[in-house]
Design a protein around this ligand. Structure first.
Ligand SMILES: C[S@@+](CC[C@H](N)C(=O)[O-])C[C@H]1O[C@@H](n2cnc3c(N)ncnc32)[C@H](O)[C@@H]1O
Length: 361
């Protein structure tokens, strides 16, 4: 088997609307952010006409989880604008994102802001948000949920894990922490270029609890265990698993605030709000009602599949092509689901909620 480097970039979510169907954990997680998004929409500076009023949605994926926040932002901004003034919603994601699913959602979902407000317009940008991707000063209000935990790339292999938070390898942990700090600054600088003076950015991202807990313990263990089993059964090569790394990080409160030291400002931003909280685990709540362990395991495995399997699959050797990749998804999902079904437990789901204001530099 040829020696291949670790995959350079995170892959987009699983296409064909899979993320839309398996992202209720994420949609429920953002609920506490919505009142703060509403408050930001009520208070952001509105650019002088005829400049457009632009809401940017950074890391939109397939759009279902953007519907509630975008509609709230549109509804809150609307009364502040002259009658008929256009609002542009820019959904951004990586070029490989399933934008067809996003546009289909915007077109057909009854909760779409396009259906509810005729003076709104949608567009998409397929570029990494670790650079400016919208014109300078063009964004009035920014929103990003469950996206900026994805690093621009995995800085190196994780020899003993697929998730850095559970690795014991000091060098790998250091490399990921360094990359996380660089990417966080790059994200903030880029958004600062795009935001209009007086604009605001609301971010929900994976976080470490103040006690240092990444969460998802059983879920990560089940997935990594399943990969090891797939090596033992001969389906995967050990080399392939060695190259698999999910380039997501959970930042601590101190990591999120680091760029703002020592005078509470960074790239023209000030921090209006930062909270680390535990999101509800609807999969556990449903299990408590239904007592269906197989469904419990299947739901968490589907969550993993939609979010991270495409990234893991980049480490496959290429032998067997698409058929082997599909078989990989199926086997990993089945093994992970079975493992989780064997002892259902609630998951810890830590998130950070941050509101930044763009002021004068
Ligand atoms: C878990 S989904 C979140 C989707 C949605 N915002 C939500 O709350 O459910 C993360 C999204 O961030 C995108 N993403 C990751 N890295 C990115 C980058 N560098 N630039 C743009 N989007 C990125 C992924 O492609 C994916 O669609």
């Amino acid at each position: 088997m040829p020696d291949r480097p670790i995959p350079d970039r995170p892959a987009a979510m699983e296409p064909s609307g899979s993320y839309n169907r398996s992202s209720r954990v994420q949609s429920e997680g953002v609920a506490p952010a919505l009142p703060l998004l509403e408050q930001a929409a009520r208070t952001v500076a509105i650019p002088a006409a005829p400049a457009s009023v632009c809401i940017a949605d950074y890391g939109a994926s397939q759009g279902r989880n953007s519907l509630a926040p975008m509609r709230l932002a549109v509804d809150t901004l609307r009364p502040r604008l002259a009658q008929g003034r256009a609002i542009l919603v820019a959904h951004t994601d990586q070029a490989s994102n399933d934008f067809s699913a996003l546009f289909a959602t915007l077109e057909s979902n009854p909760k779409s802001y396009l259906k509810l407000d005729p003076a709104t317009y949608a567009m998409a940008v397929g570029r990494s948000f670790y650079q400016p991707i919208l014109p300078p000063g063009s964004v009035t209000l920014g929103w990003s949920s469950w996206a900026v935990q994805w690093l621009s790339h995995a800085p190196r292999e994780i020899p003993d894990q697929i998730q850095i938070a559970y690795s014991r390898d000091g060098e790998a942990r250091e490399a990921f922490a360094r990359q996380a700090a660089l990417d966080w600054e790059a994200f903030l600088r880029s958004r600062s270029v795009e935001l209009h003076q007086g604009g605001a950015l609301v971010i929900v991202t994976m976080a470490m609890t103040d006690e240092g807990d990444f969460g998802y313990r059983d879920i990560v263990a089940a997935m990594y265990g399943a990969l090891i089993d797939l090596v033992a059964s001969g389906f995967l090569h050990a080399e392939e698993v060695r190259r698999m790394a999910i380039p997501t990080v959970a930042r601590r409160r101190a990591d999120l605030l680091a760029p703002f030291a020592p005078d509470d400002r960074f790239a023209g931003f000030t921090v209006d709000h930062l909270d680390i909280f535990l999101a509800p685990d609807w999969i556990w709540s449903a299990y408590e009602q239904e007592r269906d362990a197989a469904l419990f395991g299947a739901r968490w495995a589907a969550f993993n599949r939609a979010s991270v399997y495409p990234t893991l699959a980049q480490a496959l050797s290429g032998e067997g092509g698409e058929a082997r990749k599909i078989a990989f998804f199926e086997r990993l999902e089945q093994l992970t689901a079975a493992c989780l079904a064997a002892s259902p437990r609630p998951a810890v789901i830590p998130l950070a909620l941050m509101v930044l204001r763009k002021g004068v530099d």
